[in-house]
Design a protein around this ligand. Structure first.
Ligand SMILES: Cc1cc2nc3c(=O)[nH]c(=O)nc-3n(C[C@H](O)[C@H](O)[C@H](O)COP(=O)(O)OP(=O)(O)OC[C@H]3O[C@@H](n4cnc5c(N)ncnc54)[C@H](O)[C@@H]3O)c2cc1C
Length: 182
């Protein structure tokens, strides 16, 4: 059973998964690589002068996997909260459980709405770390910012949610810093 399940494999979900996997949390991402990033040509992602969306997705998925994050190319059909965390059912008839659930599913959010997450004009309601009113459930990225749709914003949201989960698990504030060797 992974510590965290991420539904959605755009920049938001993959960024959360990267931070989690890199810091020894077990994480499974569900998504079929169908993000609208595949239409984008990035000139506005700081640190990347120019990159196609498909290349960004290819590199990002590889980066998550390189730290041990699992990505399953399957659609999630339902999510539910139980006594021991969240149960996620997939279109292939399988199910998985995890203590934490991150929904980063883009503009359409039937899964989150099914869990009773409130919705406002700008999207699903979460705090700035992606926490929702349901304990252990995070929503982030485009889902929560229908009017500020940028890849780097979703990736930042994913990082915030991951650090929040890592901090909760550690019982202290966590950062993810790496140093150049002297
Ligand atoms: C034409 C176009 C051009 C763009 N150009 C740029 C640009 O140049 N620069 C820029 O910064 N941004 C650009 N964007 C915006 C960018 O695509 C978004 O900001 C970004 O995709 C948001 O990332 P996200 O992770 O929040 O959501 P998404 O990328 O939408 O990721 C959500 C993922 O969840 C998956 N998903 C949904 N439901 C399920 C489910 N039930 N089970 C499994 N998976 C599920 C979806 O298939 C999708 O892959 C562009 C968008 C469009 C439409």
């Amino acid at each position: 059973m992974p510590d965290v399940i991420v539904v959605g494999d755009g920049p938001g979900g993959l960024s959360a998964a990267l931070f989690l996997a890199k810091n020894d949390s077990t994480v499974t991402v569900f998504g079929q690589d169908e993000t609208l990033m595949h239409k984008a040509l990035l000139y506005n992602y700081l640190g990347i002068p120019k990159m196609t969306g498909p290349e960004f997705q290819r590199v990002s998925r590889e980066q998550v996997r390189s730290f041990g994050g699992e990505i399953q190319d399957v659609e999630v059909s339902s999510v539910a909260k139980g006594a021991d965390g969240f149960e996620v059912k997939t279109a292939d008839g399988k199910s998985q459980q995890a203590q934490y659930l991150i929904l980063a599913t883009g503009p359409a959010n039937p899964l989150a709405e099914g869990l009773g997450i409130a919705k406002e004009a700008d999207g699903l309601v979460a705090d700035r770390n992606g926490r929702t009113s349901v304990e252990g459930l995070y929503v982030l990225g485009w889902s929560t910012r229908l009017k500020k749709i940028q890849a780097i914003i979703s990736a930042g949201d994913g990082a915030c949610a991951a650090l929040d989960i890592l901090s909760a698990k550690a019982g202290e504030d966590m950062h993810d810093f790496d140093l150049i060797e002297e």
